[in-house]
Design a protein around this ligand. Structure first.
Ligand SMILES: [Zn+2]
Length: 418
């Protein structure tokens, strides 16, 4: 893989093919096979202008500019964003294997694997040791020397004591004063977002129930309002239609997982501008774990099928979908999880430009990094990937990027505006 680290002192022109759909800044896919040739001018670490090049036109660079012409079989796209990972987890043992803080070196290896898959920003899904915050510090430090993804970290999750969530948040809350204390602490620790656990896990024995929501609508509204005061967006772990709807009504920033949600809830999400991170791949991975157990296998297949149908519907209804892998969860490894989730999106019926837009632009919005990355546009930093053009005939043709352009995407305020 070719790695191009772009510094703020150089004046660089990149000549490359791009997808016109991604240049136009809207989500409407045009002819998915068509690409156009452009010259991208980069100065002071950001894109200053984009010129479309006509075929046969001779390009001459102004004085003092370097020109980099990329191979014709490549297309340039914005780098990928993983909206939901667990940097604390090894992809095999899950939370059972997490018994103490994770060594920096292990986190560094995971971050490097992420970059090799074309991901330049990720959001941690929390754990009780606050590995996301540790990883964020580490990636910033290492980015001076090498290519590291930006990490958006929620710290320890807020969950109701006695309910699911101890692995994600350590100590549960019992009243609003404790929520308030936790938010104060998160702000002090420099958390970027707040993770709230509103439901249990997907139950593979039954294809539906995950139990009732762990907070009432009033409680969720209070948590969201108070988080907003601190400038923190709320990401909510929610399965079951009831839990997801409650989260959406409370005005959260993103719904994580969202298994078993309904069309009506998706409509409400579209209306209220709540983003959805459906994380199909950990459930697909569970198919291997439950092989031979026909009851679970059948239930899992049903759950996946329903989730894929809802993803297609969400796209049609205009819901902002983010791609999240739950990387680190059992069966979701750090290298292949992203590719697998993309393939599942394709299986749901989404087009290649749709999937690439979800992977980049939508992801940047979910993470609050959209001023920095997520598009090939004037004002953005060069956080891009070069892919072989054959990806246009199907995301299954994506292996690893042929090249990456990198300029560390800093969250401008350290927080996300909800
Ligand atoms: Zn998770």
């Amino acid at each position: 893989m070719n790695r191009y680290k772009v510094t703020s002192s150089e004046k660089l022109i990149i000549i490359t093919a791009v997808l016109p759909a991604l240049l136009q800044g809207n989500y409407t896919p045009t002819d998915s096979d068509g690409t156009c040739q452009v010259a991208l001018y980069i100065e002071a670490g950001r894109v200053s202008q984009i010129r479309q090049l006509c075929t046969g036109m001779n390009f001459s660079a102004p004085q003092g500019w370097q020109v980099l012409e990329l191979p014709v079989q490549w297309i340039l796209i914005p780098a990928f964003v993983d909206c939901h990972v667990h940097l604390a987890l090894d992809g095999v043992t899950g939370f059972k294997g997490l018994t103490g803080p994770v060594a920096d070196q292990i986190i560094e290896t995971r971050l490097r694997q992420v970059v090799d898959s074309g991901i330049m920003a990720l959001r941690d899904g929390s754990d009780r040791f606050k590995t996301g915050l540790q990883a964020r510090y580490l990636s910033r430090k290492l980015s001076a020397e090498t290519i590291m993804p930006a990490v958006i970290a929620p710290g320890a999750a807020i969950f109701r004591k006695g309910f699911y969530g101890a692995n994600l948040g350590g100590e549960g809350v019992t009243n609003f004063q404790e929520v308030e204390n936790r938010l104060l602490q998160l702000q002090k620790e420099g958390a970027d977002q707040v993770k709230v656990v509103l439901s249990g896990l997907v139950n593979f024995s039954y294809a539906e129930s995950t139990g009732p929501p762990h907070f009432s609508l009033g409680e969720m509204q209070a948590i969201v309002a108070r988080s907003r005061k601190y400038g923190l967006a709320v990401m909510v772990h929610a399965n079951s239609d009831l839990a997801v709807r409650l989260a959406v009504q409370a005005g959260v920033h993103t719904v994580e997982h969202g298994f078993f949600l309904s069309k009506e809830t998706l409509q409400l999400m579209a209306e209220k501008g709540v983003a959805w991170v459906p994380t199909v791949v950990p459930v697909a991975a569970a198919l291997d774990l439950y092989q031979g157990s026909s009851r679970e296998e059948k239930a899992i297949k049903k759950i996946i099928e329903k989730q894929l149908n809802m993803i297609r519907l969400a796209r049609e209804l205009g819901v902002t979908i983010g791609l999240g892998t739950d990387a680190g969860a059992p069966g979701v490894d750090w290298k292949n999880g992203y590719r697998q989730e993309m393939k599942l999106f394709a299986q749901a019926g989404l087009s290649v430009p749709d999937i690439l837009t979800i992977a980049s632009e939508n992801g940047a919005r979910v993470l609050g990094l959209n001023r920095e990355m997520g598009k090939i546009a004037a004002g953005k930093k060069p956080c891009w990937l070069c892919l072989e053009k054959n990806i246009l005939s199907g995301v299954e043709n994506f292996n690893e990027p042929a090249g990456i352009f990198f300029s560390f995407p800093e969250c401008s305020t350290g927080k996300t505006t909800p």
